[in-house]
Design a protein around this ligand. Structure first.
Ligand code: SF4
Ligand code: SF4
Length: 252
């Protein structure tokens, strides 16, 4: 026991300082896109044709839908002019589906805090019940990382719980396969009101790489009222945490 205490003291404090201090992301990290439509040659569709999930629209203007984007990034590779680049900005979450569509010259819209009453209920303690509604499990893996000591999601009062009866919100990953649809809706019903819904990852927002599959529902849009959309395939843990802290008005 004594040895264990000494070892623990030697380990020191391992939880990162984020969001008090910025987080160093890998050089290859791909975040919020920058679109320079003035570089596009007339009638060029190279980026849109290269995109595996139809996240790009060329008409009337070039736009990129973060809710569909897999951050792969075939579009920037295909563009001969360098009109699309992914910046290292990991702040991607938004409150409304339409805010995920990025157009040239748009201001970067960040997730906004809950309204006052919801904030007073959930601002210091927020429990989620997670439902894996299909998908590949990478979104769950990056969500689970947040509960490790490195990130320590619990220090913000946010936790994942086993029962929907103990939860304040539903955490959805995956494209909502037909097999999981009823379980997802029953879980939502079992959470006491008022409640939140978070769609985590491209699958939950739009179907992701499974979009159009006859076995899936292209995400929760139109099925449940979503309070926070977190883009990515999967979203980086810092993208998830940034969205949650903004929703709870906890960003310093
Ligand atoms: S990075 Fe996004 S928009 Fe670009 S090709 Fe990949 S999925 Fe499509
Ligand atoms: S969004 Fe991507 S990482 Fe997340 S479940 Fe779907 S395929 Fe997997």
């Amino acid at each position: 026991m004594f040895k264990a205490i000494i070892a623990r003291c030697k380990q020191g404090h391992r939880t990162m300082a984020y969001p008090r201090e910025p987080l160093a992301l890998p050089e290859r990290f791909r975040g919020y896109p920058e679109i320079k439509a003035d570089l596009c040659p007339k009638d060029c569709r190279a980026c849109a044709d290269a995109c595996p999930v139809d996240a790009l629209e060329c008409q009337p203007d070039l736009s990129l839908d973060l809710g569909k984007c897999l951050f792969c990034p075939e579009c920037s590779r295909a563009c001969p002019q360098g009109a699309i680049t992914h910046t290292p900005d990991a702040r991607l979450a938004a409150n409304h589906r339409e805010e995920l569509v990025v157009r040239p010259g748009d201001e970067h819209r960040l997730a906004q805090a809950l309204e006052k009453k919801m904030l007073s209920l959930f601002g210091r303690s927020l429990k989620f019940r997670s439902v894996v509604a299909g998908g590949c499990n990478a979104c769950e893996a990056d969500t689970n990382v947040l509960s490790t000591i490195g990130w320590d999601l619990g220090r913000f009062g946010i936790q994942f719980v086993a029962s929907p009866r103990h939860a304040d919100g539903l955490w959805v990953t995956g494209p909502v396969t037909e097999h999981m649809r009823e379980a997802l809706l029953l879980t939502y019903e079992a959470i006491p009101a008022p409640k939140l819904v978070v769609a985590c990852g491209a699958c939950a927002i739009s179907g992701g790489p499974f979009r159009g599959s006859p076995e899936a529902h292209d995400g929760v849009e139109g099925m449940l009222p979503v309070d926070l959309y977190i883009p990515g395939c999967p979203p980086h843990p810092v993208t998830i945490l940034d969205g949650l802290l903004r929703l709870l008005d906890r960003m310093p």
